[in-house]
Write a protein that binds this ligand. Structure first.
Ligand SMILES: N[C@@H](CCC(=O)N[C@@H](CS)C(=O)NCC(=O)O)C(=O)O
Ligand SMILES: [Fe+2]
Length: 362
């Protein structure tokens, strides 16, 4: 097998290539967008076929190359279903197994804490921990649904229980370490070795780190596999259906599940409520779609920005206020409505059929 650890000097990020020179199957973990040409060259040099481009989480400090790798090489993109990145081909879940190169398996271990959707991958005796467990440290837990208690639990219960000799390959290293082992981290990681859950939480709550430089750009972009607005396809409706999907949760399933949990109203009812007033109207499409035409008075809040922007919008300060969300066809708005409900909004409606239905009802 072929195994390479690649490094991005700008953001201290590690990317991993696992490949089989015989079957030609290749997997990339956490690729960085600025290195796309290098990856393609590397794959070409070994005559490899990129099967999967996978993320350990939605990164806050750099932009992934996954979307570009899908566009240019037809790779399937995968990210945890808990990350709110519906445009990924595969919504990864705990326990999923990616099969490649005949009998090779890459197993998914949910390791929430750095972000809600953080996962680790285990291949043979190698563990790719993303930012959950770092060498002599661990990922911060102060944004993107971070949770220090959850981080302690999954590291101590799920990672430290792997065999001692398991190699630990992190998502970053800021001190030029390359690889560690489970025994090394269990016994000498200063944040974890001999620390109680309470002590760990205390440490994590007092790191006082500055925000990652690229966070406001990277998180929304990574929800769309790193593609910018011009490169993005409509996350829900225009996905490349020609790609074979694994039997994990698909975007369509997520939309269907969201629609079970939220309230949809049709255009006529929407118009009636808007005429009555005292309602916040949100357009959850991309900026360019909004610019090309939108409903009067709608606030722009793209789906990928939702969790980030929501707390800063005075119009959304009152969680009991009626909120009506629309997108192009009513799929993204269903997911956005579900997210707002999860954030504590109690009166959220999604417009069935979206702006297209609105226009044909004019
Ligand atoms: N200075 C870096 C900050 C990077 C950062 O915050 N990294 C996250 C991972 S995305 C982390 O958990 N760092 C742990 C630490 O710095 O101890 C930047 O601006 O990008
Ligand atoms: Fe991270």
């Amino acid at each position: 097998m072929l195994f390479k650890q690649l490094f991005d000097h700008e953001t201290w990020t590690y990317t991993y290539l696992i490949a089989d020179p015989v079957s030609k199957d290749a997997i990339l973990i956490d690729p960085v967008n600025t290195h796309i040409d290098k990856y393609i060259e590397l794959l070409k040099a070994h005559d490899l076929q990129l099967k999967y481009s996978l993320e350990t989480h939605v990164h806050a400090d750099h932009i992934t190359a996954s979307g570009l790798l899908r566009q240019r090489l037809g790779a399937q993109t995968g990210v945890s279903g808990l990350c709110g990145a519906e445009s990924a081909d595969i919504q990864i879940q705990d326990g999923d197994v990616f099969k490649f190169a005949g009998d090779e398996q890459l197993k998914v271990i949910a390791t929430p804490g750095h972000t809600r959707g953080s996962i680790s991958f285990l291949w043979r005796d190698r563990l790719f921990t993303g930012d959950s467990l770092l060498i002599g440290g661990c990922g911060r837990t102060d944004f993107q649904g971070g949770d220090a208690g959850a981080q302690y639990d999954c590291i101590t219960q799920r990672l430290f229980t792997l065999p001692d000799e398991t190699l630990v390959y992190p998502g970053h290293d800021y001190q030029q370490h390359w690889v560690s082992s489970i025994m090394q981290e269990r016994t000498i990681n200063p944040r974890l070795a001999g620390k109680t859950r309470e002590q760990f939480i205390e440490i994590m709550n007092n790191l006082n780190l500055p925000k990652p430089r690229l966070i406001d750009e990277a998180v929304p972009a990574n929800r769309y596999c790193g593609l910018d607005e011009n490169e993005r396809q409509d996350a829900v409706t225009l996905r490349d259906e020609t790609l074979p999907l694994r039997a994990t949760t698909k975007t369509e399933d997520l939309v269907a599940a969201a629609k079970q949990r939220i309230t949809e109203i049709n255009v006529a009812k929407s118009k009636q409520l808007l005429a009555q007033g005292n309602i916040v109207l949100i357009d959850t499409r991309e900026e360019s779609e909004y610019a090309a035409g939108h409903i009067d008075g709608a606030l722009l809040l793209p789906r990928g920005m939702l969790e980030f922007k929501v707390g800063n919008m005075p119009e959304l300060a009152d969680k009991a206020k009626t909120i009506l969300i629309y997108c192009r066809l009513g799929n993204r708005s269903a997911l956005a409505a579900q997210t707002l409900q999860q954030l504590g909004y109690t009166n959220v409606l999604s417009m069935a059929g979206g702006f297209e239905a609105w226009k044909s009802n004019a």
